[in-house]
Ligand binder design. Structure first.
Ligand code: ADP
Ligand code: MG
Length: 670
């Protein structure tokens, strides 16, 4: 008979939805700042391993045959107390038998999840089982047989040293906290003077314990220096089942903080919980009385709620009772939350453990169905967030802001991370820490910065350009614009003067040589005249022609039915231009002009564009903006698509620039 719990697929999906909701609870009150939090993270089932310890000296019943045995690397069977002919079979992610070593457990089930910490994700390892079944041995071990905690710390510190070495993209730091939950009180094991600490949840759904000591550690010796005396602070007592029965839940929290050394200066935080739970034994069999019974009751109450949380997650219930005990509140982001979790259920072979073993296995089987949704906990480093506009509350300053906050916000939103070492960042307002920046906007800024970096931008990164520097740059740009405007005004004045001078000269000529006046009839029929006003060419074209004076540009002329191609350099002067012949622009010249204009539209700077007729600074900016958004213009007529340029304006632009090009050439006579 298979006793592994087979929950319906639909229930599991609902549980996953509840898990995700639980992971992001609080998101409704304030926005998530996790990058990509808007996307649903992929699910990761809670992994469950069972470890059967060997018979140990000094335990009663060591001479009895074992009541449980392994079948393969994932399954085991235990006698069915209701029917001695049958056994109960269980299947898990891994089963470790009596002969398994500490290294087997660590390498098989714990080591693989450590890498997630460096991705900014959370992970947790929980040792569950009745008192005396080997939880502390598995988690802590002995100097000869070190358990999960020393091995994980050793590896993690090594990993962070390598990954955070000079020249690598991220700087890494590791901190540790150590606490126990004893009789529903949260006690700081690194500070024996601290009282009961409160567990809070921030606006991103992270579980926090404000005031909990956090020690930076860079080596295993550092870790031992803090951990060993703290372990002695643990509340232990004697019961009939175990000489040194743990009466409390011990939680070691290791945080890996990563800060990107280059733009866009992201920061990530991965949390690892290593938890040695208090015994799950049945209270009535321990022979506990008085204080011990009270302790046991509290322990079992916490574990009882843990069972309810697992059931609620499995059944997809709308309310998961995390808040009903300190233990489950603390585990909120590990069970049905954001962590990669592994539960190691420790069991003992002795017959008198039988009922506790069955209940531990049943709990483990139910936990196997819980689905977490781990996500990367990533934000921008506080110094990058200078330009974020402060809300009224931030501007009010701490005491006033406190008054302005509602009681709910006070409880939830004010909770700072347990960063004792991060005192500098604690001085920053929550807004400056990005917690309320729109994640979509943040993502766009990040990708823009990444794009600039990938294009080898030499300038200061967009997100990290200090505000003052940006102001100075803006001012310089403004001054330059003013200067350009002034120069343009001056140019106009000079042009007007030249025109006036010309008009005066021609008047004088008419007065002095009336004989060279053409007959009026001749003058009115010339077609070259209206084009004369369009003699201004794009600057580049004039420059090109000046550079290559011998370049031949042809104008196709019509005279009656006869067509003739002539070089512009033909030595015919203007005297004959007013002859009655129709001027047309050659298609080659037209195409050439169009191509030049198109090139200028696609490659010219705003300044270059202003050398074109009918293009002022505003239109030049519009063109550049359109080009950046939509890519190059495929034809000059696309100008009409630029917002702010009408079809009429586009036509007049074409006339002024392309036809102007033709009119700028000297027309040959027939
Ligand atoms: P728990 O923490 O669950 O109460 P312990 O870890 O204290 O249990 O284990 C009880 C006893 O069993 C200890 O003396 C421990 O050394 C021993 N023990 C537990 N697991 C093993 C194991 N896998 N191999 C050898 N001894 C073990
Ligand atoms: Mg123990």
């Amino acid at each position: 008979m298979s006793a592994g719990v087979s929950t319906q697929q639909r229930q599991r999906e609902m549980a996953a939805a509840v898990a995700a909701a639980a992971a992001t609870s609080g998101a409704g009150r304030c926005r998530l700042s996790k990058i990509g939090a808007s996307r649903r993270p992929p699910p990761a089932r809670v992994r469950v391993a069972v470890r059967l310890r060997p018979f140990v000296d000094g335990t009663s019943g060591a001479s009895d045959p074992p009541c449980v045995r392994g079948m393969d690397s994932c399954s085991l069977e235990i006698a069915n107390w209701r029917n001695h002919q049958e056994t109960l079979k269980y299947q898990f992610d891994a089963f470790y038998g009596e002969r398994s070593t500490q290294q087997d457990i660590y390498a098989g089930s714990v080591q693989p999840i450590l890498r997630h910490l460096l991705e900014g994700q959370n992970a947790s390892v929980l040792a569950y089982g009745p008192t005396g079944a080997g939880k502390t041995h598995t988690m802590l071990g002995s100097p000869e047989q070190p358990g999960v905690i020393p091995r994980a710390l050793m590896d993690l510190l090594q990993l962070t040293r390598e990954e955070g070495a000079e020249g690598r993209p991220w700087a890494l730091s590791v901190t540790m906290s150590y606490l126990e939950i004893y009789q529903e009180k949260v006690l700081d094991l690194l500070d024996s003077t601290s009282g009961d600490l409160v567990i809070r949840e921030d606006c991103r759904g992270n579980i926090l314990i404000p005031g909990l000591t956090q020690k930076p550690i860079t080596s295993f010796a550092d870790f031992e220096r803090h951990f060993l005396p703290a372990s002695r602070n643990r509340t232990v007592g004697a019961t009939r089942l175990n000489q040194r029965s743990s009466r409390s839940h011990a939680v070691l929290l290791v945080k890996v903080d990563q800060r990107e050394r280059l733009a866009p200066f992201r920061q990530r935080e991965g949390k690892l919980y290593l938890i040695d739970l208090a015994g799950s034994e049945d209270n009535r069999r321990t022979g506990n009385k008085g204080l011990r019974l009270k302790e046991s009751g509290a322990i079992n109450a916490s574990l009882f709620v843990l069972g309810k949380v697992v059931d609620a997650l499995n059944q997809g219930l709308p309310r998961v009772p995390y808040r009903d005990s300190k233990l489950t509140r603390l585990l909120q982001d590990s069970l049905g939350g954001s962590a990669h979790s592994i539960l190691i259920a420790n069991i003992a072979p002795e017959r008198h453990f039988y009922l506790d073993t069955v209940s531990a296995l049943n709990f483990a089987a139910r936990t196997k169905e819980v689905i977490n949704r781990p996500f990367t906990n990533e934000s921008l480093q506080p110094h990058v967030l200078g330009p974020v506009k402060l809300s009224q509350k931030e501007l009010l300053g701490p005491p006033e802001a406190k008054k302005a906050r509602g009681p709910e916000e006070e409880e939830i939103g004010s909770a700072e991370p347990m960063a004792a070492s991060a005192s500098a960042s604690q001085k920053l307002s929550p807004l400056q820490k990005l917690s309320s920046m729109d994640p979509a906007m943040l993502e766009r800024l990040l990708s823009l910065d990444r794009l600039l970096a990938s294009q080898g931008s030499q300038g200061a990164p967009l997100l990290s350009t200090p505000k003052r520097e940006r102001m100075v740059l803006m001012k310089t740009v403004e001054e330059k614009d003013l200067e350009i405007e002034r120069l343009k005004m001056k140019q106009k004045e000079l042009e007007a003067k030249v025109l006036a001078q010309k008009a005066e000269d021609s008047k004088e000529k008419e007065n002095h040589c009336p004989t060279i006046l053409r007959p009026l009839l001749h003058r009115t029929v010339t077609v070259a005249k209206p084009l004369k006003k369009a003699v201004v060419m794009p600057l580049q074209l004039i420059q090109e022609q000046a550079a290559s004076p011998n370049a031949e540009i042809h104008i196709l002329k019509n005279k009656g039915r006869k067509r003739k191609v002539e070089s512009l350099d033909a030595p015919e002067p203007e005297e004959k231009a007013e002859d009655c012949w129709e001027l047309q622009i050659s298609p080659e010249l037209l195409a050439h002009g169009r191509q030049k204009i198109l090139d200028l539209l696609n490659e010219g700077s705003a300044r270059d564009l202003r050398s074109l007729q009918r293009i002022g600074p505003k239109k030049a900016q519009l063109i550049v903006g359109w080009r950046e958004l939509h890519g190059p213009f495929s034809q000059v007529e696309d100008l009409e698509r630029v917002e702010g340029i009408t079809g009429k304006q586009m036509e007049s632009f074409l006339k002024a620039n392309i036809l102007g090009l033709a009119a700028g050439q000297r027309c040959g006579p027939s």
